[in-house]
Each structure stands twice: as structure tokens, then as C-alpha cells.
Design a binder for this molecule. Structure first.
Ligand code: SAM
Length: 289
């Protein structure tokens, strides 16, 4: 359990994940009925980008300049990017940063909190004790919000199906362990058994295509509902980047989300490119009926 999201906060993968997450919640909230927003791997919820440059002991190159940093000055991203960027800026200002350079970045809990309506409920799960303590302190006093320390995969059994019968489950594990793809596929299976109409969003890294394809195949054997992947790469294969891209698997995507997701990918590809050959691709694994 060495993973600290602090070093990666605001990087290109966070930008892709969080821009899609905001769009997903907005699509879900087109209906007035309340829903559960469940973040199974929540992290600490708030990141100081200035601290990301000071590693545990050694200075390290911060990752946010190649992510959020590419967009912070960008006024040309249109309404779609403006939604995500507006929430990020509002958060930064709210935390006290008045400078032009971004300083405080909201993790998924910070974004979900900003999107929470009076009819919705937020549950945040984090296994790492220190991260969870920071999350608890950050989320203290939030309405209709519960923070749980524990295994987000195991807690799916206790938390699903939600009484609201509507919900979004974000699964965003650290991918430190070689078994993570298998755990994620099993968790998606368990989640679907308990809550077949739930919207599940699972983030994954594009490090090795074969492992991703194996994961998506495992999900397809679950007899899943309509589902799609939204993937973005920042470079072609020959660039030799360790993390070349990332994807979000979305099961039961709300109406209209696919179109918005494709537009977001199209906007983000040129902005986040690190070498030639990057692309954005939306693929239906099981088409919408
Ligand atoms: C990629 S980070 C989460 C980032 C966060 N979702 C965001 O977008 O801001 C993954 C987090 O999962 C935590 N974690 C690792 N294994 C876990 C598990 N089995 N259950 C819950 N949290 C876990 C790690 O400590 C880390 O904080």
C-alpha cells in the first residue's frame, strides 16, 4: 500500500477521469430523483499541487503541468471542458489560492461534493488509514456524506443496492498490484449482481493493451448491460511512455453521456498530447438498446 495519489494529482489521467466523471454525474442528474454517488477508492479528496513536487524524500517532477496545467489557461475548450474546469477553479479559489497558477486540486470526492444535490447522497471509501484520516478531515461537515475506512471492493456488498435505486459507483483503484484488473472485474460482477441498473465507472491505465483487453473480455463474460469504454492516449506506442493513456469503462451509461464523452475526448486529445500518435476513442462493448 505505497500508492499516494498526491504525486499524480491533476495529471493527464486525472483530467480525463474527472472531466468524464463530471459529465457522467450531470447526465445522471438530468432526472430529478436522488441517487447514491459511491467512490470506492476515494483518496484524500484534496491535493496541494505545490506539495506534489516534493516527494517523500526526493524532489520529483510534478505531473500536473502535463495535465491540468495544459488546460488551466485554456478558454477555448467550450462549454464541456468549462464545466470541469470551472469546478476545479472554484475549488482552488475556495481553498484560498488567489494566484493564477493552480494550487489546490479536488480529487473525485471534492468534485462529487460540488455536484451533490440536496436529494443525493455521497459515500466515500478509502483503505489507507492516513489517506482516510485526511479525507475525513476534509469532508467533515459535508451534508449527506459518509466516509468509510476499508476495502472499497468488499464494501460494495454492504452498500449495494442503495435504497435510492439510482446510483453511480466510481471504481478508481491504484493498480499497484498485478491482480488489480482481476479484482476490478470481480467487483464489477459483484456490483452488477447486487445492483443491475447501477451506473458503474471503472478507471484503468493503458500500460499494456493485452491486459486491458483481458479485463474487458472478463467484463463481457458477465453478461453486462449496455457499456462503453472511453479511452485516451497521449502518444503513440513508439513513444515508450510508461503510462500512455487511460480509459473509463462505463456500464449503464445514462442517456446522452456517450456523445458528450466523445466530444470531451476530441477536445482533450490535442491538449494533452505528449508525442504524436495519441487518440481518443469511444467504443461500445455492449451497444445501447
Ligand atoms: C487512484 S487513487 C484514488 C483517486 C481518487 N479516486 C480521485 O480521483 O481523486 C486510489 C486510492 O485507493 C486507495 N486504495 C487502495 N486500495 C484500496 C481498496 N481496496 N479499497 C479502498 N481504497 C483503496 C489508495 O490508498 C488510493 O488513495
Amino acid at each position: 500500500m505505497n500508492y499516494r495519489h498526491q504525486f499524480h494529482a491533476g495529471n493527464f489521467a486525472d483530467v480525463v477521469k474527472h472531466a468524464l466523471l463530471v459529465a457522467l454525474v450531470r447526465a445522471l442528474q438530468r432526472k430529478d430523483k436522488g441517487c447514491l454517488l459511491l467512490d470506492t477508492h476515494a483518496g484524500r479528496g484534496r491535493y496541494d499541487l505545490a506539495a506534489a513536487a516534493a516527494g517523500d524524500s526526493l524532489a520529483r517532477r510534478p505531473e500536473w503541468p502535463d495535465g491540468l496545467g495544459r488546460l488551466a489557461e485554456d478558454a477555448a475548450g467550450g462549454e464541456l471542458l468549462a464545466d470541469y474546469l470551472g469546478l476545479v477553479r472554484e475549488f482552488d479559489r475556495g481553498q484560498g489560492n488567489l494566484a493564477a497558477e493552480p494550487r489546490f486540486y479536488p480529487g473525485s470526492p471534492g468534485l462529487l461534493r460540488a455536484l451533490l444535490r440536496p436529494v443525493d447522497r455521497l459515500v466515500l471509501v478509502e483503505r489507507h488509514p492516513a489517506e482516510c484520516a485526511a479525507l475525513r478531515a476534509f469532508a467533515a461537515g459535508w451534508p449527506r456524506t459518509e466516509v468509510r475506512e476499508g476495502d472499497g471492493y468488499a464494501l460494495l456488498r454492504a452498500l449495494l443496492p442503495p435504497p435510492e435505486r439510482r446510483g453511480l459507483i466510481l471504481l478508481d483503484p491504484p493498480f499497484e498490484a498485478p491482480e488489480e484488473f482481476a479484482w476490478l472485474a470481480a467487483a464489477v460482477g459483484e456490483g452488477l449482481r447486487r445492483f443491475p441498473t447501477g451506473v458503474f465507472a471503472a478507471w484503468y491505465p493503458l500500460t499494456q493493451r493485452a491486459r486491458v483487453d483481458e479485463f474487458l473480455h472478463a467484463v463481457s463474460t458477465l453478461g453486462p448491460p449496455p457499456c462503453l469504454t472511453a479511452e485516451l492516449t497521449v502518444a503513440g506506442e513508439s513513444a515508450g511512455l510508461k503510462l500512455r493513456g487511460c480509459g473509463l469503462l462505463v456500464l449503464n451509461p445514462p442517456w446522452g453521456f456517450a456523445q458528450v464523452a466523445q466530444s470531451l475526448l476530441d477536445l482533450l486529445v490535442p491538449r494533452l498530447a505528449q508525442a504524436p500518435g495519441g487518440e481518443g476513442r469511444l467504443t461500445w462493448l455492449v451497444p445501447d438498446r
